[in-house]
Design a protein around this ligand. Structure first.
Ligand SMILES: NC(=O)c1ccc[n+]([C@@H]2O[C@H](COP(=O)([O-])OP(=O)(O)OC[C@H]3O[C@@H](n4cnc5c(N)ncnc54)[C@H](OP(=O)(O)O)[C@@H]3O)[C@@H](O)[C@H]2O)c1
Length: 293
């Protein structure tokens, strides 16, 4: 693998959780020209003291993209949190990077992205990967599986009700911690070449039965796991008053898991970060206080 640590490396969305972790990892691995792009540079004032150049960057603002990408060799393009607007936003970022002469984009994608309309967040990642493939750039699509942090959200509602509902049909999910995924992304920005896509996963696929049992043990409370069909899960969430748009996203995650799209284990984290990914049980143990709160 090559080493691009002396090239100009830009991270978009650098004030987010993932962006901050990625910038820290680039610095820890000796990158010498790190640029942190964010909508709000004031939030990253602390990075300036570490030698990072902080620039205003907003996918909705073409001029900011042209300015931020000028002179940059490689970009870590972090998918935004504006679900529903991301195709347009991320296409604009890719076009601006191409126009500015960027050579390589690392993109935070999702498992097996597909264009099907009932696919939750999947189509936005699919069309972003398509835009990368149609560009003249080299690219690395890092298909981040569900963050281990997401399992804490499922755990919180299950601990409240004592019931763990899902429609994963007993298939596993290879949760990856956000920190492992961010370190892998920084590693890809430092090393990846060519055009390729990689699943970014934890070390094992864990079923919802196993997850509910781990959470119950750590919290010291019983949880009954209840397997549902996708239709039943959707009906239950809507009846509970959840936002219909959020319901579509959450149900699509379970439908994807039931199809086996989350039941994939790769060596990508270790390949790009040099560290073995954290097991879900260890992540939960480290966050046990949150489960007992
Ligand atoms: N795999 C999973 O389980 C999972 C779960 C949740 C989210 N995600 C995805 O992973 C991404 C990073 O996760 P996170 O935990 O770091 O989320 P986060 O802390 O909520 O950060 C959201 C990110 O979106 C960026 N952003 C929002 N609007 C933008 C715009 N107009 N132009 C450029 N950037 C914009 C923010 O950048 P600034 O504020 O610095 O401009 C920030 O980096 C999320 O945005 C989402 O796409 C994945």
């Amino acid at each position: 693998m090559s080493d691009f640590k002396n090239q100009t490396l830009l991270v978009t969305g650098a004030s987010g959780n993932f962006g901050r972790l990625a910038v820290d990892e680039l610095l820890a691995r000796g990158a010498t020209n790190v640029v942190a792009g964010t909508r709000d540079p004031a939030k990253l004032a602390d990075l300036v003291a570490k030698g990072v150049r902080v620039v205003a960057l907003d996918f909705d603002d073409e001029a900011s993209l042209a300015n931020a990408f000028a002179g940059v060799d490689r970009v870590l393009l972090i998918s935004t949190d504006s679900v529903g607007r991301r195709i347009e936003q991320q296409r604009a970022a890719i076009a601006a990077a191409e126009a500015a002469g960027v050579k390589h984009i690392v993109y935070t994608s999702a498992p097996t992205p597909r264009p099907n309309p009932d696919g939750g967040v999947s189509p936005e990642h699919f069309w972003t990967e398509q835009a990368l493939a149609a560009s003249t750039l080299d690219w690395t699509a890092l298909r981040n599986h569900l963050y281990a942090e997401v399992s804490l959200l499922s755990a919180a509602s299950a601990l409240q009700s004592g019931q763990w509902f899902d429609a994963t049909a007993g298939r596993g999910r290879a949760y990856v911690s956000r920190a492992d995924a961010a370190r892998a992304a920084a590693g890809a920005l430092l090393q990846a070449e060519g055009k390729s896509a990689h699943d970014v996963t934890g070390p094992a696929a864990v079923t919802q039965d196993e997850l509910a049992a781990l959470v119950a043990k750590l919290a010291g409370k019983p949880i009954a796991r209840i397997g549902l069909t996708v239709e039943q899960l959707k009906g239950g969430m809507l009846a509970a008053g959840l936002d219909p748009h959020m319901v579509d996203i959450l149900v699509a995650f379970d439908a994807d898991a039931a199809e086996g799209y989350h039941d994939i284990v790769s060596g990508t984290v270790e390949h790009f970060s040099g560290r073995r990914p954290q097991a879900l049980a260890d992540f939960l143990q480290a966050n046990a206080a949150a489960l007992k709160a």
